[in-house]
Design a protein around this ligand. Structure first.
Ligand SMILES: CCCCCCC[C@@H](O)CC(=O)SCCNC(=O)CCNC(=O)[C@H](O)C(C)(C)COP(=O)(O)OP(=O)(O)OC[C@H]1O[C@@H](n2cnc3c(N)ncnc32)[C@H](O)[C@@H]1OP(=O)(O)O
Length: 287
């Protein structure tokens, strides 16, 4: 079944209410690897109920409508989809526990041709129910490798942020656990690609790969540490491109450049294979 452009662009997503607890915030932080050093009290703020804060990148799992592209009515070859790009804009610090409302919509679908797949652009706005305040705007690009040639428009596409042509100003190396994907999925992304070896093989991978958003959480941690001094309220926004898959258990080195005016550029590579896995990253930090 091919993608139906008009049907998807007008898909009537219902607003989604999501109540999450301190326990959920801790589970998210553990899923992206915080707590690996028991003496690190900065990390403990995100994994211990006494004075608990939420990681800013946790916005990506709030009011998440689930792995909706797996539903047959979307007409997408779900086994072949990969997360291509992600943006997060934080408008108000994410509470450690709250009830939120998410509003999701497709913002564009680009046909790259039969051999090259399709790009699905979507946006989710997350509101705090009690105040009505907008907490975060999340923008995602899904790379649908099996769905090109459906007769849709060939643009516009999002332009990736160019990185400086010099050595990074700082690097942060963080481990991931072999079971990281199995922990991370409990925060709401149940795509079997990250758990089931048979589904991973059908998608062209030797074994289950890590959620792109988990790798994003690891890089977000690196930026929180290096550029925000672990003060979550300084984290304003982040955008990046997923450039290669990560296998759970690999070490992520995030390379960071100061760009001035509170902005940093970044990319991340897997140390063991020396492969860039997140590219064209940009984050904004409050002073
Ligand atoms: C609501 C949100 C829903 C999200 C659902 C996701 C569910 C999740 O559970 C799924 C996941 O987490 S998957 C894991 C994370 N993602 C990945 O591992 C993907 C890694 N990236 C790749 O494999 C390749 O870059 C790949 C395959 C993406 C592209 O590789 P190539 O085809 O070799 O591309 P390349 O030749 O380098 O470039 C061709 C054109 O494509 C553009 N492009 C490249 N990478 C892109 C990317 N990551 N996102 C968007 N566009 C991208 C290039 O700019 C180029 O464009 P043009 O032809 O216009 O020059």
């Amino acid at each position: 079944m091919a993608i139906d452009y008009d049907k998807l662009m007008n898909w009537p997503f219902e607003p989604l209410e999501h109540r999450y607890s301190a326990r959920d915030s801790i589970l998210y932080a553990l899923g992206v690897g915080l707590g690996s050093d028991p003496l690190d009290t900065d990390q403990l703020r995100f994994t211990y109920e006494d004075g608990l804060a939420a990681l800013p990148t946790m916005a990506v799992v709030l009011a998440y409508p689930g792995f909706f592209l797996k539903r047959p009515e979307f007409g997408v070859d779900w086994v072949k989809i990969l997360h291509g790009e992600q943006g997060i804009a934080i408008h108000k610090p994410i509470p450690a526990e709250a009830t939120v409302i998410g509003e999701t919509r497709f913002t564009g679908i680009v046909d790259r041709g039969a051999d090259k797949g399709a790009l699905l652009y979507s946006e989710r706005k997350v509101y705090e129910k009690a105040s009505g305040d907008l907490l975060a705007t999340l923008t995602s690009t899904t790379f649908a490798r099996g769905d090109g040639g459906f007769g849709g428009p060939d643009g516009p596409t999002k332009k990736p942020h160019p990185l400086p042509d010099r050595a990074p100003d700082a690097t942060v190396e963080l481990p991931t656990l072999p079971q990281a994907a199995l922990i991370y999925r409990l925060s709401g992304d149940f795509n079997p690609l990250h758990a089931d070896p048979a589904v991973a093989r059908a998608a062209g991978f030797a074994r289950p790969i890590l959620h792109g958003l988990c790798t994003l959480g690891v890089a977000g941690h690196a930026i929180l540490k290096q550029a925000c001094g672990y003060d979550a309220s300084r984290f304003r926004s982040l955008e990046l491109r997923f450039s290669a898959p990560v296998y759970p258990g690999e070490t992520i080195r995030t390379e960071i450049w100061n760009e001035g005016d509170g902005a940093v550029a970044f990319r991340a590579r897997v140390v063991e294979r020396d492969v860039v896995v997140l590219n064209n990253g940009r984050a904004e930090i409050a002073g």
